[in-house]
Ligand binder design. Sequence first.
Ligand SMILES: Nc1ncnc2c1ncn2[C@@H]1O[C@H](COP(=O)(O)OP(=O)(O)OP(=O)(O)O)[C@@H](O)[C@H]1O
Length: 252
Amino acid sequence: MENNTKLNIENLDLFYGTKQALKNINMNIKEKKVTALIGPSGCGKSTFLRSLNRMNDLIENVTIKGKIEVDGEDIYNSSDVIKLRTKVGMVFQKPNPFPMSIYDNVAYGPRTHGIRDKKTLDKIVEESLKGAAIWDEVKDRLKSSALGLSGGQQQRICIARAIAMKPEVILMDEPTSALDPISTLKVEELIEELKDDYTIVIVTHNMQQAARVSDDTAFFLNGEVIEFRDTKTMFTNPEDKRTEDYITGRFG
Ligand SMILES: Nc1ncnc2c1ncn2[C@@H]1O[C@H](COP(=O)(O)OP(=O)(O)OP(=O)(O)O)[C@@H](O)[C@H]1O
């Protein structure tokens, strides 16, 4: 295992009932880098992403074989799923703020972890909103409902909510697919900034986005990783004909 590896995936198979959705995945996800997962619809990107913080545990009839290590620890051999999901946070495709104030959205996680002190919470909320590049837009209306914000703002609130838990890894499942181009650009700029502090894994259908924001890219097809390498090489000189066909828009 390389020493800048944050997530190490070995021989990962995943089945929904008898249907195999992931086939022998091997991947090294590097610390404080952005790794993009690309590939046609239904090829297993979201399934793979969810397996990285055991979100698939919530789905019935899922069988997982192989190994996923975070910082060298086998996550399927440990029972502390709460701790894992604190360390490996997630941002979803559709912004999903809770129906409560902006402040309470961000303070929600820390509160469930027992933090009650107002000053401490204020500090976490401010730092998280700053970290998600939304502080200036909302600092004067922290008590207003998060549902009153635009989609792009809501998505950054959700990123702030993830950051408030002090994760080390942030998983993002098509975080900009519901956003307009300007909000998309803001979230992309934010990802660029976040990678100073976090390891990021992002599913995207947008090839330009993968090329713009990621350091490494994995191309999935029918549950397999066809190619995994640094993004620059992937997009300029792919090794596999199927990768080339996909990124040049010949299929998918
Ligand atoms: N909860 C589930 N139960 C059964 N099958 C599932 C479940 N979730 C996903 N699948 C199947 O697993 C395969 C991979 O799905 P997945 O959502 O991971 O693909 P994806 O690459 O993320 O697709 P998209 O780009 O459309 O989001 C698909 O064939 C899908 O139908």
